[in-house]
Write a new protein. Structure first.
Length: 229
């Protein structure tokens, strides 16, 4: 029962049914899910630990809303963790494991546009990073990914984003397969920065992201450091 309430509420938040900052009243949620307040309270506490809900004294639970600065910081953390796990992926990857990841990637392109979601995007990263055999590191990456999950959902449903994501994912996979860690991390940086710019544009209410030379750069020294390596 508790798990059902948690999964249902989490899905509703990630799908955007609840707006950023919207109050989540235990009484209303208990009526909606036809349960007592106890599983609702436990679900809210678990979602708070994931960063999807904020528990505010004297107000209760609200859907977590991130400022642009907070979103940028989460992407910085993600890049630091994901570039780290890529080193082990590059070291461990085999032709067989690479084929399995690419088969998953190909299958994702066969999903109708209206059914594509953040889950498709995460499945690629998860399957690639599992090759590293670093379960604790992968768990940390997933926890950061979950915090911006609904923004990724907003992004992935924009026109042509899924197609660009496929090309970017495939390039990262091929760099790993070639055991080129520098190229893989540079491609990861480009992939994540493209997503940040698009999400920035969505949250600012603009149609197109700003040009690359005018937009916020999460890792301004990364390219120079990689070149010097």
């Amino acid at each position: 029962m508790n798990g059902r309430v948690y999964q249902s509420l989490r899905s509703d938040i990630l799908s955007g049914r609840y707006a950023d900052g919207e109050q989540l009243l235990q009484k209303d949620l208990a009526e909606k899910y036809k349960v007592s307040r106890i599983p609702v309270r436990e679900a809210l506490m678990q979602l708070s630990s994931e960063g999807l809900v904020k528990l505010i004294p004297y107000k209760g639970a609200v859907v977590a809303a991130f400022s642009l600065e907070e979103l940028h910081e989460i992407f910085e953390i993600r890049y630091a963790l994901e570039s780290l796990i890529l080193r082990s992926v590059v070291h461990n990857i085999t032709d067989e494991s690479a084929r399995e990841v690419r088969d998953l990637l190909i299958r994702s392109t066969q999903t109708p546009p209206e059914q594509r979601s953040r889950k498709t995007n995460w499945e690629f990263h998860q399957s690639l990073y599992r090759i590293a055999n670093k379960p604790r590191l992968l768990e940390l990456i997933e926890s950061q990914y979950n915090k911006v999950d609904r923004y990724v959902q907003m992004d992935i449903t924009q026109p042509h984003v899924q197609e660009r994501a496929f090309r970017s994912h495939d390039a990262i996979l091929q760099a790993c397969r070639a055991h080129d860690v520098v190229e893989a991390t540079l491609l990861l940086h480009e992939h994540m920065m493209s997503a940040v710019r698009r999400i920035d544009a969505l949250l600012r209410g603009t149609i197109e992201p700003p040009p690359a030379d005018q937009s916020f750069t999460l890792f301004p020294t990364m390219t120079g450091q990689a070149s010097a390596t």
